[in-house]
Design a protein around this ligand. Structure first.
Ligand SMILES: Cc1cc2nc3c(=O)[nH]c(=O)nc-3n(C[C@H](O)[C@H](O)[C@H](O)COP(=O)(O)O)c2cc1C
Length: 184
């Protein structure tokens, strides 16, 4: 586990190709991702799987939305990261009313994305957590089927990388760390 965390890297979504996870592997990925820390056992998130004809139709719908915008060329180009991979999972944050702060429920949705990424990588696939404009755009969110109060925590795209990702510069944890003391 420590070795995995020391070496892990996202693949670029643009390099992801078939094969992606089988139906059984996808079920395992989602079961593992749903085990994240979740204050109050609210499961304040849900999954929307994008695959096959459904994914192609979703991409076509986003292209139609992009075509009507001033920056259509830029928005359409961004869809490459959605179109290339064989499949993706939209992790949707669905905060529940009650005592648990919404902030904690959003953090839990982020943890779902992270664990989905890790589980897909551990299974031998490449994976990439993406948001891009269609995570935030109201028309795109309606196309995805989000209801009021829901947010896209991320699209996690999964497939077989056509090239290994290069190592990325990482922050020096010590430079970001202090030990609290009463004198500051
Ligand atoms: C919430 C969130 C949204 C992200 N959205 C994008 C995105 O839209 N496009 C992109 O290229 N990378 C995005 N990233 C960054 C990649 O997922 C990834 O972290 C980055 O490429 C570094 O790879 P690593 O996982 O090996 O550190 C996002 C990351 C997070 C946490």
């Amino acid at each position: 586990m420590l070795d995995f965390l020391a070496r892990r890297r996202s693949a670029s979504a643009l390099t992801l190709a078939a094969p992606g996870p089988s139906e059984a592997e996808l079920a395992d990925l989602l079961r593992l991702a749903a085990r994240v820390p979740d204050h109050g056992k609210l499961a304040p998130w849900r999954f929307i799987v994008l695959t096959g004809e459904g994914k192609a139709a979703y991409a076509a719908g986003l292209e139609a939305i992009a075509a009507g915008r001033e920056d259509a060329v830029k928005l359409t180009a961004k869809l490459g990261k959605l179109k290339a991979p064989p499949m993706g999972v939209a992790v949707v944050s669905s905060p529940r009313a009650g005592d648990i702060p919404e902030w904690e429920q959003l953090l839990s949705a982020g943890a779902v994305c992270t664990d989905l990424l890790h589980a897909a990588s551990a299974m031998g696939y490449g994976a990439n957590w993406i948001t891009d404009w269609y995570a935030y755009d109201d028309e795109a969110k309606a196309l995805l089927g989000l209801t009021a109060g829901e947010k896209v925590a991320g699209y996690v795209f999964v497939g077989t990388p056509s090239e290994p990702p290069a190592e990325r510069v990482r922050p020096e944890a010590a430079a970001l760390t202090s030990v609290w003391s009463p004198t500051g």
